[in-house]
Design a protein around this ligand. Structure first.
Ligand code: TPP
Length: 344
């Protein structure tokens, strides 16, 4: 096994800007870290990489941080700029970093058309579930019912599932991970960079500043990054990997801490273990680990405080590789047309 390289190796070789402008606990640094490790493992010289980004906190992942060519463009238009750059110089490994507001909102149209064309660009969409830079407004990815500055009574809209949207639009590599899954994310970025076509990776990422309000978290700010990462672990599952059973969730009717006490009390005589977890689709829920015992589940289902009992996968977000296929690549086809028509 190769010895692990120290963090300073990646910092000195790949990072241009110190100290980072990101808030403490932001997921963007983790994503930059995974990206530099992927580039290093593949031994792609930084001068062969062009990173393009739009506007938003996530647009800052490459620019001004990454020590290669970076193009910081206008809000939502990174893919349009990247398309021009890739068509002109197809030797460059072209990577777009975009937020969910940038890539799913204002730039959503560019995204579906880049996927449809199958242009050889890797797009990393950082989904922090809101417009973070401008103060936490609803994005097209914000879950229904979540509180943001523009939806104080809960978001009345349904979100886009960006991974499924990119797949339906024709992206030939599609994966979804979170900032908790750093090894899987790094591996996926490596696959995407090597994939000859439009590669799309959605990364669920933490923004302690905005998500504190969204998820109704009471914890002090310094504990939030870890809590949100735990929530990412709890609220997701990896496709095609069997989930351990033996637990379910109680979805409470009222404020979860009170519900927790009542559920705990009711369960004490069954010796089942309970704990409150954050589960993104369902809000704060109570995880119950118990033997498959009908008495336990029956007692819970009859509790006043419980709205319903859900299984271990219900409402969770699916992660993993969704699409990997070959289709003619756009700039290859363009070059052939130019050659056949007598151009150079
Ligand atoms: C044309 C235009 N409209 C609006 C803005 C204001 N604006 C700057 S960043 C941003 C939201 C970015 O959200 P997202 O892409 O999710 O990135 P995040 O900050 O969450 O990483 C908006 C609306 C802008 N800069 N340009």
């Amino acid at each position: 096994m190769m010895p692990a390289k120290p963090l300073s190796y990646y910092r000195d070789k790949y990072i241009r800007n110190q100290p980072s402008a990101f808030c403490v606990g932001c997921g963007n640094g983790t994503i930059l870290n995974c990206f530099t490790r992927a580039v290093d493992d593949l031994e792609i010289p930084p001068e062969k990489i062009l990173c393009v980004s739009g506007i938003g906190c996530s647009a800052w992942i490459p620019s001004p941080n990454f020590n290669g060519d970076t193009l910081h463009t206008t809000h939502g238009r990174a893919l349009a700029f990247a398309t021009g750059a890739k068509a002109f110089n197809s030797d460059l490994t072209t990577v777009v970093f975009t937020g969910d507001g940038d890539g799913a909102g204002i730039g959503g149209n560019h995204l579906i058309h880049a996927a449809r064309r199958n242009i050889d660009i890797t797009t990393i969409l950082v989904n922090n579930l809101s417009y973070a830079m401008t103060g936490g407004q609803i994005a097209p990815t914000t879950h229904r019912g979540e509180r943001t500055v523009t939806s104080p009574y809960g978001n009345p809209e349904n979100p886009f599932d960006m991974t499924r949207l990119a797949a339906a639009a024709g992206a030939t590599y599609v994966a979804r991970w979170t900032t908790w899954h750093v090894l899987e994310l790094t591996r996926s970025i490596k696959e995407a960079l090597q994939h000859p076509g439009f590669a799309f990776i959605e990364v669920l990422s933490q923004c302690p500043i905005q998500q504190r309000r969204m998820f109704g978290m009471q914890d002090p700010i310094h504990r939030l990054p870890n809590r949100i990462l735990e929530m990412f672990e709890e609220s997701t599952y990896i496709r095609k990997r069997p989930e351990p059973m033996g637990y379910r969730y109680a979805v409470p009717k009222e404020f979860p801490d009170k519900a927790f006490e009542k559920i705990n009390e009711a369960l004490r005589r069954y010796e089942a273990s309970t704990r409150i977890v954050d589960h993104m689709e369902l809000g704060r829920v109570v995880k119950i680990e118990a033997e498959e015992d009908e008495d336990v589940w029956g007692a819970l289902a009859n509790l006043e405080a419980v709205e319903r009992i859900s299984g271990p996968l219900e409402g969770k977000i699916e992660l993993g590789l969704f699409v990997k296929e070959e289709r003619p690549e756009f700039t290859d086809t363009l070059r052939r047309i130019i050659r056949d028509s007598g151009g150079r």
